[in-house]
Design a binder for this molecule. Structure first.
Ligand SMILES: Cc1ncc(COP(=O)(O)O)c(C=O)c1O
Length: 465
């Protein structure tokens, strides 16, 4: 990591080799990086020059050309260690050979058919074996779709219109699921009665009215809020380790109270395990003594390809069953269960066996300790949260237990951005909240390097403030 971006960018500019499709870029002016040149082109055809906001960086995103294991190389020839793993979706890092081989073999035989494939059956069998609460599973193409399907299934099963979700939690971009994901002090209402705040301008009031928002990890207030809407709630949607809420795990007693409440009140408990399925062989729900009614998944189970899945007991999953006389929830998707995703997902998940989950979680524990050590050595007021193979840094004295405690003021946002950029410029790619989602391609060596650089970044932050 001794070579800096600037050194590499300069070296790259001296390079004269022409790469064919990048020829126009290679001819860019001497002062311009190839990423900058691409971005300037992209501005004319993509809103803001990008296709998803999560990858935007100032002054422009860099353009990846290849990934191998825990490393990604951009078009300017700079290689970074990847702690973001495409927003926590690449459990084995980049271009895992077994996944590449299996997908390559399937690619040459076709990528999508107006027919079923054996690939979906074999993957479904594998997933249902991982968790005894999964009698049946339905595949789709994103976590957003999986959460949407869970909500629609809950409505179809219960005949009720409303859902409840925790303030600040990100569950994808379905109108109902995204309510109050970006609440602010000026619009979030009281602690006892969080407001339903839209993310997108123009969200119908009817959608907001049908979403009840509760404070994460606060049993008394949550149950009180649920009680007030008991007869109308189709489901309670909850992520047991919500990244945007602070990456603090749901307290076991808290989730048990919600589980009991849903059972007593005829509502379903929907667990969003789109991120957290990595936490245990059967998902983060392995942590608890109870099971949800429905589980939404995505990210790592696609083996690097777009995926979503909804799983649960037969009595609930049968709402999707077209062989029944009455079909309460008709649901299809053009590329759902395509054999590429099904093949990649099965191989990735078979590789992520009990031993691999355990090993990666231990690496996560090691990382949290090293980052906590760096914080202590730097003397900066900060803490690290997370569980299993993930962690997040907060510039707060104590791990925040809910969204309001995790909320960052403008100064904290700027300081977190400084740290993320400091790491990026020295060869470490983090999720932009200064979070990490580890892959099995990483080892303690890369974590040690990250922790050392992080400590230097914190020290510079302290000296600058
Ligand atoms: C907890 C959670 N649920 C749902 C989603 C939506 O998944 P996707 O981006 O695949 O639509 C995400 C994405 O980050 C997520 O973190």
């Amino acid at each position: 990591m001794a070579t800096t971006n600037v050194d590499r960018a300069r070296a790259n500019k001296r390079q004269t080799k022409n790469d064919g499709e990048f020829s126009r870029i290679m001819n860019a002016t001497d002062t311009k990086s190839k990423s900058q040149a691409l971005y300037e082109e992209a501005l004319s055809v993509l809103p803001g020059g990008i296709s998803r906001n999560t990858i935007y960086r100032k002054p422009h995103p860099d353009y990846a050309v290849r990934g191998a294991g825990c490393r990604v190389t951009d078009i300017d020839g700079i290689t970074r260690i990847d702690f973001a793993n495409n927003m926590a979706s690449l459990i084995h890092g980049h271009a895992n050979q077994q996944i590449v081989d299996a997908v390559t073999s399937q690619l040459s035989r076709g990528t999508a058919f107006t027919m079923a494939t054996e690939a979906e059956l074999r993957f479904a069998q594998h997933m249902c074996r991982r968790n005894e609460g999964f009698d049946k599973i339905r595949f789709m193409n994103s976590g957003t779709e999986a959460v949407m399907a869970a909500i629609k299934a809950a409505r179809a099963i219960t005949g009720r219109p409303k859902i409840a979700k925790s303030e600040g939690a990100y569950h994808g971009t379905y109108d109902y699921a995204e309510v109050s994901q970006k609440s602010k002090p000026e619009n979030w209402g009281s602690d006892a009665n969080p407001e339903s705040v839209p993310v997108v301008e123009g969200t119908p009031q009817a959608a907001l009215d049908d979403v009840i928002v509760f404070p994460f990890n606060d049993t008394e207030r949550t149950i009180d809020i649920l009680d007030r809407h008991a007869s109308q709630l189709a489901c309670v949607l909850i992520d047991p380790l919500p990244h945007r809420v602070g990456l603090t795990p749901a307290n076991g007693d808290y989730l048990a109270a919600i589980r009991n409440w849903t059972r007593d009140n005829g509502a379903l408990l929907v667990l969003d395990e789109v991120i957290t399925f990595r936490m245990g062989y059967g998902g983060a729900q392995d942590w608890y003594e109870f099971q949800p009614d429905l589980t939404a998944m995505g990210k790592i189970i696609g083996g690097g390809f777009p995926v979503g899945a909804l799983a649960g007991k037969d009595e609930y999953m049968s709402v999707l069953d077209p062989t029944r006389d009455r079909l309460p929830f008709p649901f299809s998707g053009t590329f759902s269960a395509n054999p590429i995703t099904m093949t990649a997902g099965r191989v990735a998940m078979e590789l992520f066996d009990v031993a691999a989950v355990d090993k990666l979680n231990k690496l996560g524990e090691y990382a949290r300790q090293k980052i906590a050590g760096a914080i202590e050595a730097s003397g900066v007021v900060a803490c690290v949260t997370g569980a299993g193979s993930m962690f997040r840094v907060h510039l707060k004295p104590e791990p925040p237990l809910d969204y309001r405690a995790a909320y960052q003021n403008a100064e904290e946002i700027a300081q977190i951005a400084f740290l993320v950029n400091y790491l990026y410029d020295r060869g470490f790619m983090m999720i932009n909240t200064c979070s990490a989602a580890l892959s099995t391609a990483l080892s303690e060596t890369e974590i040690d390097q990250l922790a050392d650089t992080f400590e230097a970044g914190l020290t510079e932050l302290r000296n600058n403030s």
